[in-house]
Every structure is written in C-alpha cells, then in structure tokens.
Design a protein around this ligand. Structure first.
Ligand code: 5GP
Length: 182
C-alpha cells in the first residue's frame, strides 16, 4: 500500500534477481522526478489509457488518488512467456481483481504504520499538502482490507521486511511446485 513498497521489492530482487520479475504498470499520474518511462511506469495520457481500456488490453485497472493505474495483459504474458514468476504492485481493488482472474496468485499486503507513511510522503514532498492527506486516508482504508490477503508483511525495517518478503515468496513458489532459487 503506497510509499516504500517499491523499494522493498527492490530489496528482494537485489538479494535474488531470479526469483521474479516486476510487471511495469501503466498510469495517467504525472511522472515524478527520478522516474523513468518504462521503468517505474508506462506514463500514458488519459486518452491513451482509455484507448487501451477500450481495446481490452488491461488485466485489471483502477482509479486511485486521482489517477488511473493498470496492468497490461501483454506485460504479464511476456514475462510468463519467459518462464518468470511475476510480481504485480497493486492497491487492494486491483489485487482482488487479479485473485479472481488468476486464483493461483498469491496476495501479499505490505503494511506500514500510518505515521511512517506520513513521514515517507512528506519526505518525498512531490505531493501537494492536500494530496498527502488524501493518500493517507486512502492508505487507512486499504489497510482495513489486509486480512483478506494471503500474507501481511510489516514494513518496519527495510532489511528485515525484505528478508521476510523474500522468504514468503520462496515458500509460496515451492508450495506451488516452482523451483525456489538458491
Ligand atoms: P504511486 O502513484 O504511489 O506510484 O502508486 C499508487 C498506488 O497505485 C500504489 O498502491 C500502487 O501499488 C498502485 N498501483 C500501481 N500500479 C498499479 C496497477 O497497475 N494496478 C493497480 N490496481 N494498482 C496499481
């Protein structure tokens, strides 16, 4: 749920690059400083996003915090075609949509105390003051759904949480008959 999750996943991939690949989502929100087209997101205009909705190109898509976000089918299919396990970074509504479409998906909720989210959002400081309040309110609502996930990981300490996420993914992969990486 929101700030800090991306870095947690990168902590896992740094430990074990083979464990999975991250599907890059499309979004209409504005590009933040330091973000690159095709790395954090595919940044689309409202019109280009809607054209993909109309073409049924999305596995799932949502409106969130004033923008639209979606996972492109071709992004998932390409990575699965390469034999990779695929990580999707989603808010809760999209997570449940994926669970309905792909019952073998494992849903992991990355939880952070709200004070910590507040600190991270303010440190990031690319959001307007009103937008920070909105994102905190959304984060609070998202947290209420966390009991419906298969696992909840508390993002208290980056190293500890990355270790737990990595172990959770390994055990899920072997439970599903995949080959856990060393
Ligand atoms: P941010 O604007 O901070 O990058 O992301 C806002 C929220 O949108 C985060 O909770 C993120 O996980 C979620 N998100 C990013 N990409 C997608 C997507 O493709 N689908 C859905 N449902 N949520 C997404």
């Amino acid at each position: 749920s929101g700030a800090g999750k991306g870095t947690l996943i990168h902590g896992v991939l740094d430990r074990d690059p083979e464990i999975a690949a991250v599907a890059v989502s499309a979004t209409t929100r504005r590009q933040r400083e330091g973000e690159e087209e095709g790395r954090e997101y595919y940044f689309l205009s409202d019109g280009a996003f809607q054209a993909r909705v109309d073409a049924d190109a999305f596995e799932e898509h949502v409106s969130f915090a004033g923008g639209r976000y979606g996972t492109l089918k071709e992004e998932i299919d390409r990575l699965l075609g390469e034999g990779r396990n695929v990580i999707l970074e989603l808010e809760v509504e999209g997570s449940f949509a994926i669970r309905r479409r792909r019952p073998d998906a494992c849903l992991i909720f990355i939880d952070a105390p709200l004070e910590e989210l507040d600190r991270r959002l303010r440190r990031r400081a690319t959001e307007m003051a009103g937008e920070i309040e909105m994102r905190l309110a959304i984060a609070n609502a998202q947290r209420r759904e966390r009991t419906q996930f298969d696992h909840v990981i508390l993002n208290d300490d980056a190293d500890r949480a990355a270790g737990e996420l990595s172990a959770t993914m390994q055990s899920e992969i072997s439970r599903q008959g995949g080959r856990p990486s060393p």
